[in-house]
Every structure is written in structure tokens, then in C-alpha cells.
Design a protein around this ligand. Structure first.
Ligand SMILES: [Zn+2]
Length: 331
């Protein structure tokens, strides 16, 4: 029981647990401390603090604090024992680290069997077979994941809870090109880009994890941040291996602190140039946050209507993009 408890606490970070429940926070003071609105009481000034390293929270408003289990007791109104069971059940996915790896590997095998997937990648300008292999790009033709995983001993229930299949047992990622999001070599989430009429973007209902490929990108003193994985893929293909991606314009507090893990780092924000200015606005907000965290942020202006992916598709070269980087403006 005691060992169980320690293992559970180590496996699930309080910060990640809160983020999965859409808690938004900003970093304060030291790198590991975050503050946001208290999920336990109504308030109009953020007074809920989380120390990510110690895995502890404290709210100055309702004066309650403790560890993850204490948080579940308070937020779900459960006893200690019930909270443990709750965490085990609801966070079952991390207990099955191989599940996402197996899914990613399965989809990667499918990829080569379905010409529509390969065609879609070519359409988006991703041609380098070595890079496609490195990114472990996969494809979900739909309808066959469940059988594959159930044969390997995973329960229908777990697959459903993880969000890999729907209640009819069909692949939730049906007709999507899949990019596994990996940390320390393990898949922590899957991103699926629809090649048909379905909503373009899909992630599993769990943390996005680290910035994409941060283990390699984090070593660079200069980093290019893009919105989408196809932006990242074409930039990597063009030689800009210092490109990372948060899948969208919103960075989690943990991802923000990754950008700040090297003092003086310069970050080029290359978001979409949207007609409604959404990408541009997100760039400015993010640049302000980064600057106030002591980083150097520059906003890369691409031709109107373009994102890095479409820019390359329209014929831009690595030299053209480099030119955009050189002309990038700080705030
Ligand atoms: Zn509170």
C-alpha cells in the first residue's frame, strides 16, 4: 500500500493532473512554481500555488494545501482510500505506458499500406523518407486498432477511456495521419491530422506533454516555435532542426518553462498569418510572456495567409525562410 502510494505520486505529477483538468497558470519566481485560480473555491484573484518539483499545492484564499491525493480528496469529496482508487482508475493510461507506443507502432505499419496517407504527406510537402521514419508518422485507416490491441491483452474499457476508440469500437483517429508525441522515447500523446472532412486536429484527452522533440531541440540556443506538426516537419526537412511545436498557439506552463530552461535563449515565433489575426495576436501575447520571463522573443512575419508549411509549399526555399528569420521583429 505504502509503495503503491509512492509510485502513484511519482507517476502522476500534480501539475499535469491539474492541467488535464484545464487549470491554467503562470509561472512565478522560481522555475518550478505556478499560480492560478483556485479550483477548490471561487475567487477573482489567483491565489492557488503549485510547486511542480515538490508536487505540492497551497491556496492562500481557502488556506488548504497538500499533495495530489489531498487535492483529489478535496476536489472530488472523497476519502483518502477512495481518492487513491480514483487516481488509479482515472489515470490508468499512464499505468499502461506501452499502450500508446503499441498504437503508434501499429499506425506506423499501416501508413505504408495506404496510398492515401502517403499522398497526403506529399501534398503537405513532406517527402523525405528518413524524416517520415524518424517522426514515426503513422496512419489510422479506421476500424482495426481495437482488435489489434485487444489481442494484446488491453481491455475495451481501457481503450475507450484512453480515447483511442469510440463507444462503437472504431478508431477515434480514423482517416488521420498520426504523429506520436514522445518523451524519453515513449509516446505520451498522439496527434492526428484528418485527411478527410473531419475536424482537422485531434489529440488524446490528456496532456500534450513536453514541447515537441524538446530532448533534441532544447539543446539549441535559438529555437523556432511553430503551431503545427506539418510546419515543424517541413522546417526540419529544410534543415531547421531547432524547430519545436506546442500543437496550437497555447503553451502549458510546463512548456513555457522549457523555453526558459536556457537563459538568454532567443525564440522565433512563426505562427500562422491568419486573415482574422488570431495567429498574430497569439504571437504577440506569447512574445510578451517570454520577454517578461527574461527570454528574447522575435515574431516572424510570413507573407499574408501563410504558415511555414504553406510557405514552403508555395515554393519558398530554406534561404527564403532564413531571410524571414533575419527580418523577424522583437516587440
Ligand atoms: Zn482556494
Amino acid at each position: 500500500m505504502r509503495e503503491d502510494l509512492e509510485e502513484l505520486k511519482q507517476r502522476i505529477s500534480l501539475l499535469e493532473y491539474l492541467q488535464r483538468r484545464n487549470w491554467t497558470a503562470r509561472r512565478v519566481g522560481s522555475r518550478q512554481e505556478f499560480v492560478g485560480f483556485c479550483p477548490l473555491h471561487a475567487e477573482n484573484r489567483p491565489s492557488f500555488y503549485v510547486n511542480a518539483r515538490k508536487n505540492l499545492f497551497y491556496c492562500h484564499g481557502c488556506e488548504r494545501g497538500g499533495d495530489l491525493i489531498r487535492f483529489v480528496e478535496l476536489s472530488e469529496h472523497l476519502s483518502f482510500r477512495e481518492s487513491l482508487a480514483y487516481l488509479k482508475q482515472h489515470m490508468a493510461a499512464p499505468a499502461e505506458p506501452e499502450l500508446l507506443d503499441q498504437t503508434a507502432a501499429f499506425y506506423q505499419l499501416q501508413f505504408h499500406r495506404y496510398p492515401e496517407a502517403i499522398e497526403y504527406l506529399q501534398q503537405r510537402g513532406l517527402r523525405d523518407p528518413v524524416l517520415i521514419e524518424e517522426l514515426a508518422v503513422g496512419y489510422a485507416p479506421g476500424g482495426n486498432l481495437r482488435r489489434h490491441l485487444v489481442d494484446r491483452g488491453y481491455s475495451f474499457d481501457l481503450l475507450l477511456r484512453t480515447g483511442l476508440i469510440n463507444s462503437q469500437g472504431r478508431d477515434a483517429f480514423c482517416r488521420r495521419v498520426i504523429f506520436p508525441c514522445r518523451q524519453q522515447g515513449r509516446a505520451v500523446n498522439l496527434y492526428g491530422r484528418s485527411i478527410g472532412v473531419a475536424f482537422p486536429h485531434r489529440l488524446l484527452p490528456r496532456s500534450k506533454g513536453d514541447l515537441f522533440a524538446w530532448e533534441s531541440v532544447g539543446a539549441f540556443p535559438t529555437v523556432i516555435l511553430v503551431e503545427g506538426l506539418f510546419d515543424l516537419a517541413v522546417l526540419w526537412q529544410a534543415g531547421f532542426r531547432n524547430t519545436t511545436c506546442a500543437i496550437g498557439t497555447h503553451l502549458t506552463p510546463a512548456q513555457l518553462s522549457q523555453l526558459g530552461d536556457q537563459p538568454g535563449r532567443r525564440i522565433y515565433i512563426a505562427f500562422d498569418q491568419d486573415p482574422n489575426q488570431a495567429g498574430q495576436q497569439a504571437s504577440r501575447l506569447l512574445a510578451q510572456r517570454l520577454e517578461s520571463a527574461g527570454l528574447k522573443a522575435c515574431i516572424v512575419a510570413l507573407p499574408p495567409g501563410h504558415d511555414p508549411n504553406s510557405y514552403f509549399m508555395a515554393g519558398a526555399t530554406a534561404a527564403d525562410f532564413l531571410n524571414c528569420l533575419q527580418q523577424a521583429q522583437s516587440l
